[in-house]
Structures are given as structure tokens and as C-alpha cells.
Write a protein that binds this ligand. Structure first.
Ligand code: NAP
Length: 246
């Protein structure tokens, strides 16, 4: 079984949700150094302390970055130096409700998940080898848009496509993506507790796996994509069978 022994992994978006799950799983898989980054210094500090308290062995450090800013993302990835793996799970609040949206105000939807990720991929100092990898993140909305989610689906499709383009342009470094379905994370915190419970209950009743994911279940896909030196240009859909439901 492959491990991440000796590897340095930068997780942009690693302070909560899926990214935090990948950070914890990486340490459990013997990563030498896990660097988590996000925009809130308080969240970075809290997540680093929480990971260090697990005493899993590897070094943990944190950085702040504004993924909406090209300069900030470039400074982050150049500043951390050589890495083996770049994971991008950073994502800000989503705007749905198409067609009742302002188009100009909606264009920022691409800033963090698409442009931030592309900037990181361009400037990251990854070892030029198939043992290095970049993993981007989009979502099951890419192939199964809910009503009102057109623009989010468009952005997800752009991330999906660019991951294949980057796999060609950055080879031999491998570039893949993970497309999660419903995962219980802080991303849903903008909703009331009642709204969240309604959505999760409905999803649990319709998903083939009969439950909504916890971050560690989705983190497994990122672990595989980091460890397998023979996969590139692929998306792993970790959606509990969402695409096959009515
Ligand atoms: N959870 C789901 O059900 C689900 C389903 C499908 C797809 N996804 C996608 O999976 C990805 C991860 O989602 P998640 O559920 O793990 O979300 P999450 O728990 O909200 O985590 C998002 C991360 O992004 C960071 N972030 C937000 N804005 C940022 C900015 N401007 N600059 C830098 N970092 C920023 C957040 O930290 P700060 O606040 O400190 O910046 C946080 O670390 C997202 O792209 C999401 O759309 C999630």
C-alpha cells in the first residue's frame, strides 16, 4: 500500500470541510509536511492547532491566502517552495437562482474555484515527475445541475475541462479532479440548521448509498489521486450515486 511518506502537500482550502479531511488523511498516510491555506488567519490558526493536536507525526503549517487575488495565490505557492502535491478545495459562497441573477455580479463565481486554481497550477513549484500531482475540485452539479444552478454548473464544467488541459500542459506532473456530491461541511453554514437538515434528509433518502458524506469519505479520492502515479486527466465522482438518481 502506497503512503505519502516524505511528501510535502499544499492544501488550499485545507482549513475546513473536504480540504481539512484531506489534511488529516494525508497525515494519517505519513505525509512529511502538510501546509493548509485559506483566507481567514483565525481559521488557519485553529485548523493547524487541531491537526497538531492529533499528534499524527508529520509537520503541519498554515498560510493565509486570498484565492480571489492572482498575486496572493502566486505569492503563496512560490513562497512555500517545492512541493509534491497541490490540492485545491478552496471555495467561497455560491450564488444560485439563475435566471434571476445579475450576470456581471455573477462573473466572480469563477474567481476562487477556477482562476485561483489555475493560478496555483501555473506557479506551484511541483517536482517535474509523475509522482507529483495537482487535484482540483468541482462537484456533481457539473453533470446533474439542479434548477437555478446553471452558472455553478458552468463553472464546475470549466474546472473539469481545465484539469484535463493542465494534465496535458504540465505533464509529467499529473492533474486530476474530484467531483463531490453532498458532503456535510461548513460550506452549508449559510443556511439555517432547519434548511440544512431538510436538504441532508432529502438527499439521504434519495442517494443510492442512503447517506450524505462526511469529509473523510471524499478525502479518500484525493488520497488515491496523490498516490497513484498512473492516473492523470481524470475526474473521480464521489457522489453516493447522485448521478443515477431520478
Ligand atoms: N460540501 C459539499 O456538499 C460539496 C459538494 C460539491 C462540491 N463541493 C466543493 O468542494 C469544495 C470544498 O468544499 P467544502 O464543502 O469543503 O467547503 P468549506 O468547508 O466551506 O471549505 C472551503 C474552504 O475554502 C476556503 N476559502 C473560501 N474562500 C476563500 C478565499 N477567497 N481564499 C482562500 N480560501 C478560501 C475556506 O477558508 P476561509 O473561509 O478561511 O477562506 C475553506 O478552507 C468547494 O469548491 C465546494 O464547492 C462541496
Amino acid at each position: 500500500m502506497a503512503t505519502l511518506a516524505g511528501k510535502t502537500i499544499l492544501i488550499v482550502g485545507g482549513t475546513s470541510g473536504i480540504g481539512y479531511g484531506v489534511a488529516e488523511a494525508s497525515l494519517k498516510s505519513q505525509a512529511e509536511h502538510v501546509i493548509i491555506a485559506s483566507s481567514s488567519a483565525a481559521k488557519v490558526e485553529a485548523a493547524v492547532s487541531k491537526l497538531q493536536a492529533l499528534k499524527l507525526g508529520g509537520k503541519v503549517s498554515g498560510k493565509t491566502v486570498d484565492a480571489k487575488s492572482t498575486e496572493s495565490v502566486r505569492a503563496l505557492v512560490e513562497g512555500v517552495g517545492e512541493i509534491d502535491h497541490l490540492i485545491w478545495t478552496s471555495g467561497d459562497a455560491l450564488k444560485m437562482g439563475f435566471p434571476d441573477v445579475d450576470i456581471d455580479q455573477s462573473k466572480g463565481l469563477f474567481d476562487v474555484r477556477f482562476w485561483g486554481a489555475v493560478t496555483a497550477a501555473k506557479y506551484a513549484k511541483l517536482k517535474k515527475s509523475a509522482s507529483s500531482s495537482i487535484t482540483l475540485t468541482h462537484g456533481s452539479v457539473n453533470i446533474k445541475p439542479a434548477k437555478g444552478w446553471s452558472l455553478v454548473a458552468g463553472m464546475a464544467g470549466a474546472v473539469d475541462s481545465v484539469s484535463r488541459g493542465l494534465a496535458v500542459d504540465l505533464a509529467p506532473i499529473r492533474v486530476n479532479a474530484v467531483s463531490p456530491g453532498y458532503v456535510i461541511t461548513e460550506l452549508w453554514d449559510g443556511l439555517s440548521e432547519e434548511q440544512k437538515q431538510t436538504i441532508f434528509k432529502q438527499a439521504s433518502e434519495t442517494l443510492l448509498v442512503q447517506h450524505v458524506a462526511l469529509p473523510h469519505e471524499v478525502a479518500e479520492a484525493y488520497m488515491f489521486l496523490m498516490k497513484c502515479d498512473f492516473i492523470t486527466g481524470k475526474t473521480i465522482e464521489v457522489d453516493g450515486g447522485h448521478a443515477l438518481t431520478g
